[in-house]
Write a protein that binds this ligand. Structure first.
Ligand SMILES: [Mg+2]
Length: 391
């Protein structure tokens, strides 16, 4: 079998997505998704470089193709490159699954479980309906609930139109810490203690702020604090680790096994937030899961984009033993059913084991062309003094 064409689709349905389709001389196609969101045009350019040598290669050689894509440029790696490599890798697994007539998880070692549970994100702790959403989530028997911090951020996206530039979205860290700690404590006190609770702080703290926030919430109440600080520097996390015993969920931005290495080997992450569409695909994600297994760390995959990412993540979660919950954003998947007429079907709090050969996702090219990409840009936040801080 040979790769005959690689197509790139930049679309917005319901959010910006970069979908890659690989065609073969046997009429089988595979579908993949690239995960460096908001920098999709950069990914598209990388794909043009890779396409030049991928055409004609055997799509069954997944590991070999991964090595060539990663190492052929003098400047190895980087999130934009590994995002594209992820799309290629996922598409190759889709092709091989279809060729052999088996779901992708069978190619990864077979199923370790019957169903893949998710965690639900109920929004900001200061949202007026937060308490109601938590009660509903507990009633629906979600095993884990994640909150966004309480703050005054308006989740407005920028577009490339400069007249829409947002210069008023202020993140006041002291205000957020105080409100989040108080509201979280209230909710925790009345919530079924069997449900795991987490907060995603989206790397908006300094080390000192993160340590203090952890000391402001009841000891033992928080199952995980997700990304309290930025993750470029594991030494900073090592320092923070000495200042709190709250478990951390880190890893959604890892662009390779090498980025994950210090976090796993030094016990800096307790829940590995592997993002298959960022880290370089199923090939790399499976290696990282094995590394986590050796350190008794569970994988809690990041899954924030489209149905192809979700499908790949479900197959991955099925085939690794050290998994707890997958991130679920149903609106992003179920809102794109015309572009993806076939995709994994959620059943309440879980996905059942896929049954179709390959990923189990069908892609309608003509439908995709109806939704050109809209140049989404995450909100640009500022501190009260006007300096930039992370969204
Ligand atoms: Mg996160």
């Amino acid at each position: 079998m040979r790769i005959t064409e690689i197509k790139s689709f930049l679309l917005s349905k319901p959010r910006d997505l970069h979908i890659v389709k690989i065609e073969t001389d046997e009429g089988i196609y595979g579908i993949g998704e690239a995960g460096c969101s908001t920098r999709e045009h950069g990914q598209d350019g990388v794909l043009r470089h890779l396409r030049a040598f991928l055409l004609g290669m055997d799509p069954m050689q997944v590991e070999h193709i991964w090595q060539v894509c990663y190492r052929s440029a003098y400047y190895e790696g980087g999130r934009v490159i590994t995002g594209v490599m992820a799309a290629i890798d996922i598409a190759l697994y889709d092709i091989i699954g279809k060729k052999l007539g088996v779901p992708v998880y069978q190619l990864l070692g077979g199923a370790c479980r019957d169903k893949i549970f998710g965690f639900v994100t109920v929004g900001g702790l200061n949202d007026s309906h937060c308490q109601d959403r938590v009660r509903a989530a507990v009633d629906e028997r979600w095993p884990a609930i994640r909150f966004s911090p309480a703050d005054s951020i308006v989740p407005r996206a920028l577009r490339v139109d400069p007249t829409l530039k947002d210069t008023t979205n202020v993140f006041d860290v002291r205000e957020s810490m105080a409100a989040t700690a108080e509201l979280y404590t209230d909710i925790w006190q009345t919530t079924d203690k069997r449900v795991a609770l987490g907060i995603d702080y989206h790397h908006r703290f300094s080390v000192a702020e993160a340590a203090q926030f952890c000391q402001m919430i009841p000891r033992g109440s928080l199952s995980f604090l997700e990304e309290p600080i930025r993750n470029e520097n594991p030494e900073a996390y090592a320092t923070l680790r000495t200042m709190t015993d709250v478990p951390f969920a880190i890893g959604e931005e890892w662009p390779s096994k090498w980025a994950a290495l210090p976090y796993i080997e030094r016990g800096l992450t307790n829940f590995a937030r592997v993002d298959i569409c960022c880290i370089g695909g199923l090939t790399e994600a499976k290696k990282v899961a094995g590394w986590c297994e050796a350190h008794y760390i569970d994988v809690m995959p990041h899954n924030p984009i489209g149905p192809v990412c979700t499908a790949a993540t479900i197959h991955y979660a099925a085939a690794i033993n050290n998994f707890n919950w997958v991130e679920m954003v149903p609106a992003f998947n179920e809102g794109a059913s015309d572009v993806f007429p076939e995709m994994p079907k959620r059943q309440g709090t879980h996905y059942p084991l896929p049954v179709r050969p390959g990923l189990g996702v069908e892609f309608d090219e003509d439908a995709a062309l109806k939704y050109p990409m809209t140049f989404y840009e995450h909100p640009h936040l500022q501190r009260p003094d006007g300096s930039y801080t992370n969204w």
